[in-house]
Design a protein around this ligand. Structure first.
Ligand SMILES: Cc1cc2nc3c(=O)[nH]c(=O)nc-3n(C[C@H](O)[C@H](O)[C@H](O)COP(=O)(O)OP(=O)(O)OC[C@H]3O[C@@H](n4cnc5c(N)ncnc54)[C@H](O)[C@@H]3O)c2cc1C
Ligand code: SF4
Length: 448
């Protein structure tokens, strides 16, 4: 961490996210040992295959069992540099723990995420210097965006001795790790702390408040061609764009929020108040909809999710829906928003149409009172700037096109990974894609 960075990236006190309890707090040593001792150290362990970054789960768990925490952390972080945040945010239920042999037997799987958190968090708090960067190579890499994809790529490239410059348009670095993840899993300061650890690995600089654009027209902007000319390679970790809108009457104005925008405010803005918000409607059926619904419910709001299809067709994880329901979230299926009703400008209700097999049932619907509407029906793409790098193409859904094995784009000096390539997956996928890109950048810089 450089002098001044911590202050620059400090989050102000009084944020709503501070009210959330950690759903899976750090294990005590006794808890970790007991859980580690349940692992069967399976040969051909399915939990390794299920991890997009290929963490050697049985090996790190065995190291915890023998008291070698530093070794456990090294095993994890050498496969996944963001092993700390992934331990807290990974949907382990559908990845490693979901494939644990215990799950197949109908028994409680090994709590792999919690053991991973225990090993990494405990180790890095006392031994942050786990890895040593190679001698400086003099090569400069530009990374556009500072989310998990770019952070993981920068950390790996810095360990190879390259200088990395991350350009981030927002005031805070970290992408959705800092601004989007549900605060009962990971809070903003924890994400920033992990970022600072990655920065400590080598020559990495984060330039916040700088947007990479096609043609720069003032301070706060740099052009794509300028980046290409002044760096040996470029990595695009652009993520996704703004929340999509419903396009119905009454949507404009106070009280109707894009879900990721509202989540970001809960995590960063002490000025956000939910005073007077007793009821909320969340529109959508994906994980972002589940997250904002669950977060509002935990803040004491009465929340219903409005989804246009049936529960079985929802994009969100079943375990997240179950958890949200336990905290009071209701699901209203086969309904479509028609109009948001206001009184003196204030949101008071929403008119919904009933659907059958995705089609409105003529004349059938209801009006539900609400004080707030959160719209979680997807995000636009933020990838248009990618086209400004000659040769980089987008697919028909606006995702950056790459070679799936190398993550190189159509421009031989430009790589890409994370949500802007996969259309929106998990943090661990962003890390896995960054690893592939870095391997190929290394080959390119070595002249292979
Ligand atoms: C609400 C929400 C909850 C989520 N919860 C989880 C979870 O619990 N577990 C999990 O594993 N995953 C979760 N995800 C998904 C996860 O956050 C993403 O998969 C991951 O952050 C992708 O990383 P990324 O680096 O590709 O993109 P991002 O994290 O989006 O980072 C991209 C960064 O690039 C910046 N940027 C974009 N364009 C430019 C430009 N032109 N110039 C400069 N900067 C630019 C953006 O400002 C942003 O900071 C969640 C996503 C959302 C929306
Ligand atoms: S599948 Fe489960 S029991 Fe087997 S090694 Fe992985 S975590 Fe341990």
């Amino acid at each position: 961490m450089r002098e001044g960075d911590a202050k620059r990236w400090e989050l102000p006190p009084g944020r709503a996210e501070e009210a959330f309890e950690d759903k899976k707090p750090l294990y005590t040593p006794a808890e970790a040992l007991a859980e580690a001792n349940r692992c069967l150290y399976c040969s051909g362990a399915p939990c390794i295959q299920a991890c997009p970054t290929g963490i050697d789960v049985p090996t790190f768990i065995r190291k915890i069992g023998t008291g070698n925490l530093k070794g456990a952390a090294r095993t994890i972080l050498s496969a996944n540099l963001l092993g700390q945040s992934c331990a807290q945010v990974c949907p382990v239920e559908v990845l490693c723990a979901g494939s644990c042999v215990y799950t197949g037997w109908g028994r409680e799987p090994i709590a792999i995420g919690r053991l991973q958190r225990y090993a990494v968090e405990t180790t890095l708090s006392s031994h942050p210097a786990l890895f040593q960067a190679k001698q400086p190579t003099g090569k400069r890499i530009a990374l556009v965006g500072s989310g998990p994809a770019s952070i993981a790529a920068a950390g790996l490239l810095a360990l190879e001795g390259h200088t990395c410059l991350l350009y981030e348009r927002k005031a805070l670095p970290g992408g959705l790790n800092t601004l989007g993840i549900a605060p009962y899993k990971l809070k903003g300061p924890e994400a920033l702390q992990e970022l600072e650890w990655v920065l400590s690995l080598g020559r990495i600089e984060v330039r916040t408040g700088i947007e990479v654009v096609e043609t720069a027209s003032g301070p706060g902007q740099v052009s794509a061609t300028g980046l290409l000319a002044t760096h040996d390679a470029v990595f695009l970790g652009l993520g996704l764009g703004a929340d999509a809108r419903l396009g119905i009457p009454g949507e404009q104005g106070e009280g109707v929020h894009g879900a990721t925008h509202l989540i970001e405010r809960l995590k960063t803005d002490p000025g956000l108040t939910l005073e007077g918000v007793r009821r909320a409607l969340v529109i959508g059926g994906g994980n972002t909809a589940l997250d904002i619904a669950h977060e509002l419910a935990l803040l004491g709001v009465e929340v219903a999710m409005v989804y246009r299809r049936s529960e079985q067709e929802m994009g969100g994880y079943v375990h997240e829906l179950d958890a949200a329901r336990l905290d009071g979230v209701r699901l209203l299926e086969n309904r479509q928003p028609v109009e948001i009703l206001r009184e003196d400008g204030r949101v008071v209700a929403m008119r919904l149409a009933f659907l059958a097999e995705g089609k409105p049932l003529p004349g059938a619907g209801e009006t539900l009172p609400t004080d707030l509407v959160a719209v979680a029906i997807g995000q636009d793409r933020a990838t248009h700037v990618a086209r400004a790098f000659a040769g980089v193409a987008l697919d028909e859904r606006g995702r950056v096109k790459v070679d799936p094995l190398t993550h190189r784009t159509g421009n031989p000096k430009v790589w890409s990974g994370g949500d802007c390539v996969n259309g929106g997956k998990e943090v661990v996928n962003a890390v896995a894609e960054a690893k592939l890109a870095v391997r190929d950048i290394q080959r390119y810089l070595a002249g292979e």
